[in-house]
Each structure stands twice: as C-alpha cells, then as structure tokens.
Write a protein of this length. Sequence first.
Length: 345
Amino acid sequence: MKKIVVMAGAMLPFAALAQSSVTVYGMLDTSIVSYNYSAAGTRPRSQLTVLASDASRLGFRGTEDLGGGLRAYFRLEHGMQSDTGEQTDPLAFWSREAYVGLGGNQLGSVQLGRQYTPNLWMSIRTDPFTRFGVGGQPTLTQGVRGYPLQYSNAVQYISPTVANTTFRMLVSAGEGAPTGKSVSAGIDHASGPLYLGLVYDQLKVVAAAVGLSGAPVESSTLAIGASYDFGVFKVQGHLQSNRTEQLDDVRVYLLGLVIPVGVGELKASYSYRTGEGETGARLMAVGYQYFLSKRTSLLANIAKLDNQANASFRMGPARTEQLSQRLPGAGQDTTGIQFGIRHWF
C-alpha cells in the first residue's frame, strides 16, 4: 500500500499536466539543396550543395477558460536548425514567438510579447510555397526595405471576426532605442474560396542598414494579397510597396498557382522586385509537394533567381551558408534544386 501511495504522489504533477490544455508541437523541415551560380564580372561559375533546415521549430501553447467567454493563453516557440541542431538565433532561445494573451468572444484578444507581424500571416496565404524553400517569396520581400518579420516588446490587438473579416494592430515599444516604436496593422477577409489581405507597416530603420548615414530613417510598407480556390486550381497574388526616406521606392509583385495533382500539389510562382535604380531581381519557381500523410510530405522544387545589375539577393532556404561563402555576388544569378521532407508533430 505504501508503494502505491508513493507512486500515486509521484504521478500527481503528470496528472495535472495531462489535465491542462498545454500542447507541445513543432515542425522539422530538412532538404538537400544544390545552388548553381552564373558567372558575373570577375566571379566564375560556381556551385554549392548543402543540407538545409527551413523554419524548423519546437513550440508550446496553452489556454485556460476563465468563464464568460474569456480565456488566457500563451505561446512559446523555439527556432532551430534541424541539419545541425543549433538555435536559429544564437541570441534568443524563444526566437520565433513568446507572448501571453487574454481573449474574449465579444471584444477580441490582446497579446503581449514577441510576435510575428500581420504581413507575415498574409504572405503565407498568398505564396504558393507558403514562404518555404527555394521558391519562397521572402527572397525578394523580406528585410529592412520590405517588412519586419517580427516585433519584440510588442502589444497586439486582434478583433473578433465579423462578416468573415478580422483586424490586427501591432505596436512595438521603442524602449529608448533610436529607431523608436514600430507599428503594423492588417485586415484579413476569408470567405469560402476567397481570401483578401491588406497590411501597412510603419517603422524607422538604422541608416547604415539601408546604405545611408546619419539618424534612423522612416520606412513604410503597404502590401495587399489575394487568393481564390477554384477547386481544380488556386490562384494567388501579392503586391508590396516600400517607401524609405532618401531612397527610391521598391515594389515586389508575385503571381502564384497551386494545382492538386494526385495526393499532392503542383506549385508555381513568379515574383519581380524593382525600384532601386537599376537594381532589381526576378524569381521563377516550380515545385511538387507529395503528402505521405496529413503531417508528413516530400518536397521537390526548382527555382531560378535572376539578379539584375548589382543585385545579390540570396535564394532560400540556406541563406546563412551562402552568406559565409559570399554567394551570390553582385549580378550573379542562382539556380536552386531542392529535395526534402517536412514533418509536423
């Protein structure tokens, strides 16, 4: 009897955990990627083959029903490299999201902490490659001249969904930084096969990060996206325009197509970035995702990145590996071939 009592006491913490609504989840995305670079200027043709991780993560989320339609919830998400086991961000363990929130059915939700911007969520729904791999749209849109990926020290309000429409407002506190506070707002409308999104970002960026000197400069980004599922195929589109003080405006256009084929999806996209003088780039991609199950899929993608003039944009997902090799150089085009596996848990 004593043994039974001791065992029961030891199991109490696990019983409490089992009765809670905390969920452990994650995703592992690992690919073999071969990059081929064209000759440009004094740079010869070259090739780089790597094993790359793309947005692999481990997360914890939970919620507590407080009654009367009110709930408390949280999310902690750690970014990692499944090819090396390293943290994605060596300076932040919870590098993806880390926030706590309070939500109600009638008034909406308020979230405090490190959070992704509304523009990220919209871009996932309007990119055939959902931001992954050699064909993902962050190649040309993400960065200081585009939209910030996430805000730390942020407060976000998410409205209740009314007439299939949701509003988001995200403000990041400046906390004494020279760049001050940042603001991002977005509206999403999802009705049956139709999705529409509109996002506006307003922030300051360090002048040196955009090739200038002096005090931080104002940067604003307006983006719209749309998707319509006809059943036999889905059409997607994305338009982003950035205006930064003392610099030319930058625009990015994306058109995409998703076609169900067998137990998978055939994907294609074309995106074009222009506006920085004569420096621009275009990305063309085709791929197939084969679903082994609801949680596991195989990926095969090929993409061509055309860097015009002095542009040196890097194709995903192995941007760090390319950066360490100083690839691509100015004006070097990249052809990427990718084979990988993605597993959600």
